[in-house]
Design a protein around this ligand. Structure first.
Ligand code: PHB
Length: 387
């Protein structure tokens, strides 16, 4: 008995050191911290799909390192975020955290990433603070700041001649910052926001607020909703009879990845975003074709952001030739990269947020058809970032 126990221990320790050696030297462990439940489930899945697609296109390796994955469902729950990211860092020993969708969760993640120096790539959450006051050399974003698409829509709405706006969104960082971005440009362009309507995330009981919009009769309604909530909002807006009387505009999340479910209710809606259908570039066509073949569905903005999160990591690791200890080399390479994204080529600002074109899109059937560039090479102001 004793002998066999000792043998088991020896085998176990050989296996453990092999596993450790493989993980430490020849592979890179990516921790996905994403919503795999709740109103943002589809967004989390699309991000993971896009990330894996890029890695698979590189033969499963970045910078010569085999990519391994672990995942945690963050439930879009800010209260659980610190525990969740600490699990990835301390229990799973990930080399990089890729997350997340929800701004409140992302801010909690950024704090831990900054405090521990863990490499973090934010593949969606727009929280202005992540590339503002919380910015850090080890934190990058492949998506957008909440300010960016909203600011572009403020310009578009003012140019359309709208004067009186009402805003409606969820009462959390993303909604508030999106509304602020819209307001900044819309008021600069001569418009006025008469009322800001909100409801708690992720509630979808819109009736009372829609009644209020009908009684105010503004020239335009600006909104930030996404995922399952966006599907319900667009349908309820049309069902309330508002669609033909008060134009609805928004950050493009309102109609991205949602059109199958929104159907007729979404037709004709104008939104602004750093991605669109019909870009028809070789890079985007190839991305979309591979995604459709692999996952049996169309890609959306979230899939694209996941793909680019992997590209960003790949650029950094290629520069270090897979040496994970050369953090400065990795950071410098990403900072000066021109990233060949399906959205178009972009660079990162000094606060590590994409400097990118914001497209104007119109819902036509099942697509957000590009109408043109609303704002070229728009950079988030990065307010409060000191690196
Ligand atoms: C956010 O919380 O920052 C957020 C969530 C969903 C989106 C966009 C932004 O589609």
């Amino acid at each position: 008995m004793k002998g066999s126990h000792a043998t088991q221990l020896a085998v176990a320790s050989v296996l453990a050191s092999f596993a450790l050696g493989a993980s430490a030297a020849d592979s890179i462990k990516v921790g996905f911290m994403l919503p795999y439940s709740g109103t943002y489930t589809a967004l989390g899945n699309a991000i993971e799909n896009g990330f894996r697609q890029y890695v698979d296109e590189q033969g499963g390796k970045l910078g010569g390192l085999v990519v391994e994955y672990v995942r945690v469902d963050d439930e879009s729950a800010p209260a659980k975020a610190t525990d969740n990211i600490n699990k990835l860092i301390n229990r799973d020993k990930v080399d990089v955290v890729v997350g997340t969708v929800h701004s409140g969760v992302a801010m909690a993640m950024a704090k831990v990433a900054k405090d521990t120096g863990t490499l973090m790539i934010d593949p969606n959450a727009g929280a202005d603070a992540v590339t503002g006051p919380m910015c850090a050399p080890n934190i990058f974003r492949s998506s957008f700041s909440n300010w960016q698409p909203a600011y572009a829509m403020g310009i578009v709405a003012a140019k359309q001649g709208y004067k009186r706006a009402v805003t409606i969104t969820w009462d959390y960082a993303a909604g508030k910052e999106s509304v602020n971005g819209f307001k900044e440009a819309f008021t600069k362009g001569g418009g006025k926001v008469e009322k800001d309507l909100t409801l708690p995330f992720p509630q979808v009981e819109f009736q009372a607020l829609l009644t209020e919009i009908a009684s105010i009769k503004p020239d335009v309604v600006y909104t930030f909703f996404a995922g399952g909530g966006a599907v319900k909002f667009v349908k309820d807006y049309a069902a309330a009879g508002l669609k033909n009387t008060v134009p609805l505009v928004g950050a493009g999340f309102l109609t991205d990845g949602t059109l199958d479910a929104q159907g007729e209710a979404a037709q004709g809606l104008l939104t602004t975003l750093h991605y669109a259908d019909g870009l028809n570039t070789p890079k985007d066509n190839q991305f979309r074709l591979t995604y459709a073949k692999t996952y049996k569905m169309q890609p959306d903005v979230y899939a694209m952001q996941g793909y680019d999160a992997a590209q960003i990591l790949g650029i950094g690791l290629a520069a270090t030739k897979g040496d994970k200890t050369k953090r400065d080399v990795l950071v410098k390479a990403i900072e000066k990269a021109k990233i060949d994204s399906p959205r178009g080529v972009f660079t990162l600002s000094s606060s590590h947020n994409p400097v990118q074109d914001i497209y104007l899109r119109k819902v036509e059937g099942k697509v957000n058809q590009v109408q043109g560039v609303a704002v070229k090479a728009l950079a988030d102001p990065g307010r409060g970032c000191r690196m």
